[in-house]
Design a protein around this ligand. Structure first.
Ligand code: PEP
Length: 255
C-alpha cells in the first residue's frame, strides 16, 4: 500500500492566536485540492492557538489538519501546567508530537516518559508523531543508528501492533534542527530505512510497510525534493520554514 506523504509544520513557541489565524488562512489560500490529494498537511501550533485554528478549520471546512506539540502522560488531575490528551482531542487535534528533541533537551524527557506519552495519545485517539534522532557527538562516534533505534524501542515498548501501524515516526538528527545543517538524503535514508527494518522485526512487514517515517531538520523548499526521493521517507517535520505560508506550501509540494 502506498504511503501518503505528511508534511507537519512545528511552529514551536511562535505566533499568538491572531498570527496563527493569519498563517493558516494564507496556507489554505495557497494550497489546492490537488496538493491535499498528494499529501496530508498539518500545522502544530502552541496550545494557546489550537482553539482559534479549530474554529477556522471547521468554519471554512479546510483540509489542513492540526495537532499539539506535547501532551501529559496523565489523563487528568493535579499536574499544574500540563495539558492532557482528552483536552487535545476535544479541540479536534489529529496529531501530537512526542519526544521532540527540545523536550528531551530542556525538559529531560527520556524513553519511559515518551513511552507513557505515546500510550496517553492513543488512549485519546490522537496520532503520536514520535520524534527520535541523535545529537552531534553520537553521530561523530558513528552510533546514530543504534542510538535512534534504542529511542524507538523504548518509546514503543508495550504498544500493540494495531496502534503502531498508525503512528508517525519523525527522524530528526538534533544537529540538523534549526541549524541550517540538513542531513544529506543518503544520511536521512540510512536511519529511516533502519527504523523501518526495526519496525518489521518487531511488528511484521504489514505494520512496517504502512508506518509513515518523516525526516526533520532544516527542511526547506530547496532541499525537500532530494529527501522525498528516498525510499523510506514519507514527508517532513518542518520547524522554522513552516512559519512562512508560501515556503511551507512549496515544501508540501515537494519543492
Ligand atoms: C523541528 O522543530 O522539528 C525542526 C525540524 O526544526 P527546523 O526545521 O527549524 O530545523
Amino acid at each position: 500500500m502506498a504511503r501518503k506523504p505528511l508534511f507537519a509544520g512545528n511552529w514551536k513557541m511562535n505566533l499568538n492566536h491572531l498570527e496563527a489565524i493569519n498563517l493558516v488562512q494564507k496556507l489554505a489560500f495557497t494550497l489546492t485540492d490537488r496538493d491535499y490529494d498528494k499529501a496530508d498537511v498539518a500545522v502544530i501550533p502552541p496550545f494557546t492557538d489550537l482553539r482559534s485554528v479549530q474554529t477556522l478549520v471547521d468554519a471554512d471546512k479546510l483540509r489542513i489538519v492540526y495537532g499539539a506539540q506535547d501532551l501529559s502522560a496523565h489523563d487528568s488531575g493535579a499536574y499544574t501546567g500540563e495539558i492532557c490528551g482528552s483536552m487535545l482531542s476535544k479541540l479536534g487535534c489529529t496529531y501530537v508530537l512526542v519526544g521532540h528533541s527540545e523536550r528531551r533537551e530542556y525538559h529531560g524527557e527520556a524513553e519511559a516518559l515518551c513511552n507513557a506519552k505515546v500510550k496517553a495519545a492513543f488512549r485519546h485517539s490522537l496520532t503520536p508523531i514520535l520524534c527520535i534522532g541523535e545529537g552531534l557527538p553520537v553521530r561523530q562516534e558513528g552510533r546514530h543508528v543504534e542510538h535512534t533505534l534504542a529511542q524507538l524501542d523504548g518509546a514503543l515498548e508495550g504498544v500493540p501492533a494495531e496502534q503502531v501501524k498508525t503512528i508517525v515516526i519523525a527522524y530528526e538528527p538534533v544537529w540538523a534542527i534549526g541549524t541550517g545543517e540538513v542531513a544529506t538524503p543518503k544520511d536521512a535514508q540510512e536511519v529511516c530505512g533502519a527504523i523501518r527494518t526495526r519496525l518489521a522485526e518487531l511488528y511484521g512487514d504489514d505494520v512496517a510497510s504502512v508506518v509513515r517515517i518523516l525526516y526533520g531538520g532544516s527542511v526547506k523548499s530547496g532541499n525537500v525534493a532530494g529527501i522525498m526521493a528516498e525510499a523510506d521517507i514519507d514527508g517532513a517535520l518542518v520547524g522554522g520554514a513552516s512559519l512562512d505560508a508560501g515556503e511551507f506550501a512549496k515544501i508540501c509540494r515537494f519543492g
